[in-house]
Design a protein around this ligand. Structure first.
Ligand SMILES: [Zn+2]
Length: 68
């Protein structure tokens, strides 16, 4: 992992994007066929979103508890 490496997303192959189910403004972009699911904070409204890349849907989600 190189800390200073910056990817130019414009040069990558975007295949679809998902919209935040809360605000409809935040977007998650998929490159080269993302699979499975992922969760992240919406960068606009800061709610937790579960992104389902297989179904290409986004769902409202609750915060995951940290386990030690
Ligand atoms: Zn949002």
């Amino acid at each position: 992992m190189i800390d200073n490496e910056v990817y130019d997303l414009n040069t990558m192959n975007m295949d679809f994007y998902l919209k935040c189910p809360y605000c409809n403004k935040g977007k998650f972009y998929s490159y080269d066929g993302s699979k499975g699911k992922g969760s992240s904070l919406c960068n606009i409204c800061r709610n937790i979103v579960l992104w389902d890349f297989d179904k290409r849907e986004a769902y409202k989600a609750t915060t995951r508890k940290y386990v030690s």
